[in-house]
Design a protein around this ligand. Structure first.
Ligand code: NAG
Ligand code: NAG
Ligand code: NAG
Length: 592
């Protein structure tokens, strides 16, 4: 790092960052007798370790049987301060005993509210950083902003800084996939200080590598979310039954502070240094200075290697595939898992993978491969013992397919990326997305277009329809289902054969997709039933939960010549029901 960078020490920086104590762990959810938010204040303070190099302290709380005021959980919040380290590590050990009452824990996170007089510039990624509006600018009660259709979104009608006038602000504009959500934070104007939240690992998060989570947003707020239903919704496993024991170490994360004496603002140095520090933290993972025996050291963890091949009529290496170990379950169950640890990596060009630093335990090996439909799960469970090295050798994924492709729409990659997104109103947009590129290193990209339109116009337009869904506003906030047609020609039909429609969805929110063949008004031949609460449409995502339907289509439903498939999203409550397509393919009957 440039010599101009002076690493201040913590005690100097912390009072600058916070005007008052505004950092907390919290849980949102509900149990038998209560509902709400629990700030998890510790009731017991302990020094866990203390030497020349570091101090680890604990603020803990044991559940006292009072389910009216607290979640039935034992919580041990730890903080580690190390010499010559410009920041604080923090992690939490959460535990519930089987006999405790059932509970729903929808969200567990650490939140920081920084000093609004100082922190104005937010950085989420190289191409997602800007001067931000303030909480006050979002105040609808004082007439500074106008509420929009989705609860978190406002239009900044009278911001203090005219630069933000008429822009839409919504914290979900800054969401990021977990695999990319490693560092984000704020830069202070006055003191040239950077405040960063660094997540060196995804093991303690939930929902797998492409689950999207919030990062930083107006406040100035910075969050690390461990468990949430964002972009997944009610399908997320956040319910704990009576009889169910649970223990999980959340973190450690690193709260990093840096400063820049050059006086430049906004300082590229601070962001570059924060990224560099993130690399250091990732390299040091799993940290060897964590005192809790619930956090295994590197040598107490295992390694799993193998080579993924795909057999989609012929064998190819499963290249650039996602493979991961997650708690045992059905294929794809990692998408909704919050309770266990997950360890993900990508295969190389020839399909080889190495998953390291795996905590001892029993897992399934899961995966998916861009370019192929469906979810992979290796047939055997994988038992990882401390210090073990497990070589699985060749593992083969056979994606669903019943016959050769007749036609296909889209690219199977679990996003609606290739589908049309309507043009937004440029003057209401968040300028971060004016010059959109598809290769942002942080999750959501073009979807921000979709939602800015929706939110800024209060849904006066036909909006989501073309991204793969849904509803048309026919005035007075009344919505009607829409039907898509796929028109295609078949020179020959095998009447006795069974064709297959492979239908992959990237997202669904209270939707019901009906499929009809050559008859728009008949009873649907297939319907998904009511699916999804992932809210990805309302929250600027181009993907939520992945679903694949393999629909058998008897040849008698098809015709020689022109055919039409009608796809109707039939569910209507309000503006945000809908779905997004990932990929659609029609297959000939099997030739065997
Ligand atoms: C901390 O930094 C100082 C100054 O660079 C150095 O003298 C000292 O040895 C360092 N201490 C540790 C524990 O690394
Ligand atoms: C992929 O990894 C394997 C095993 O580590 C290695 O032998 C091979 O050279 C790698 N291939 C590429 C293209 O990097
Ligand atoms: C977007 O691109 C145009 C033309 O390339 C440029 O003039 C403009 O400054 C860019 N806007 C932003 C916000 O980057």
């Amino acid at each position: 790092m440039a010599s101009s960078m002076i690493c201040f020490f913590l005690l100097l920086l912390l009072p600058i960052a916070f005007s008052e104590p505004t950092r907390y762990w919290d849980i949102t959810g509900h149990g038998e007798n209560y509902r709400g938010l629990d700030r998890i204040e510790g009731t017991k303070f302990r020094i866990i370790s203390q030497n020349e190099e570091q101090v680890e302290i604990s603020f803990s709380r044991k559940w006292n049987g009072d389910s009216h005021s607290h979640f039935p959980l034992n919580v041990d919040k730890r903080y580690i301060i190390r010499t010559n380290t410009s920041g604080i590590y923090t992690y939490g050990i959460f535990e519930r005993l089987p006999e405790w009452p059932e509970v729903e824990m929808g969200q567990v996170r650490i939140a920081f509210k920084l000093n609004p007089d100082r922190f104005h510039y937010m950085v989420v990624a190289d191409d997602r950083q800007r001067e931000m509006p303030t909480d006050d600018d979002r105040d609808i009660h004082r007439g500074h902003a106008k509420a929009l259709a989705y609860k978190e979104a406002v239009e900044l009608t009278h911001p203090r800084n005219p630069m933000f006038k008429n822009q839409v602000d919504d914290k979900y504009q800054y969401s990021c996939e977990i695999k990319d959500n490693k560092v984000h934070g704020w830069i202070s104007t006055k003191s040239h200080v950077g405040f960063w939240l660094i997540s060196p690992s995804g093991e303690y998060r939930s929902g797998g590598p492409i689950k999207q989570e919030l990062t930083s947003h107006v406040g100035p707020t910075a969050l690390t979310t461990f468990i949430s239903g964002h972009y997944v919704g009610t399908d997320m496993e956040t319910h704990y039954r009576t009889g169910e024991a649970w223990k999980k170490v959340l973190g450690p994360i690193f709260i990093y502070l840096n400063s820049d004496s050059t006086g430049n603002y906004p300082s590229d140095l601070l962001w570059e240094d924060a990224k560099q520090q993130t690399k250091e933290e990732v390299k040091a993972w799993p940290y060897d200075f964590v005192a809790s025996s619930d956090f295994p050291s590197r040598k107490e963890r295992g390694i799993v290697t193998g080579r993924l091949l795909v057999n989609d009529r012929f064998f190819t290496p499963g290249k650039s595939a996602y493979v991961g170990l997650a708690p045992p379950g059905v294929a794809g169950s990692w998408q909704t898992n919050t309770k266990g640890y997950q360890f993900w990596t990508k295969t190389n060009e020839t399909g080889y993978f190495t998953i390291d630093n795996v905590r001892p335990g029993t897992y399934n090996l899961y995966g998916w491969i861009p370019g192929f439909i469906g979810d992979f799960r290796y047939q055997n469970r994988v038992d990882v013992a401390a210090g073990s090295k497990i070589s699985l050798g060749r593992v083969v994924y056979e994606p669903p397919r019943n016959g050769p492709t007749i036609w296909e729409i889209g690219v199977p990659d679990r996003t609606a990326r290739e589908f049309f997104v309507p043009e937004p109103y440029k003057n209401s947009m968040n300028p971060l997305y004016l010059n959109h590129t598809d290769n942002t290193d942080c999750g959501n990209d073009k979807q921000s277009y979709i939602q800015t339109v929706i939110l800024s116009t209060q849904l006066e337009l036909v909006t989501i329809a073309k991204t793969g869904s849904t509803l048309i506003n026919i005035g007075d906030s009344t919505y009607e289902p829409t039907t898509w047609q796929i028109v295609f020609n078949l020179p020959y039909v095998n009447w006795r054969g069974s064709y297959t429609l492979q239908l992959a969805l990237a997202s669904a929110s209270r939707a019901n997709l009906q499929v009809r063949f050559n008859s728009e008004y008949s009873m649907p031949f297939f319907s998904t039933g009511n699916i999804g609460r992932d809210n990805a449409i309302a929250r600027h995502g181009i993907h939520g939960i992945y679903r694949l339907y393999s629909i058998n289509v008897p040849g008698r439903l098809l015709r020689t010549g022109t055919n039409t498939i009608y796809l109707r999203q039939a569910k209507v409550f309000g503006p945000f029901e809908g779905l997004m397509y990932d990929y659609i393919r029609l297959e000939e009957p099997s030739r065997d």
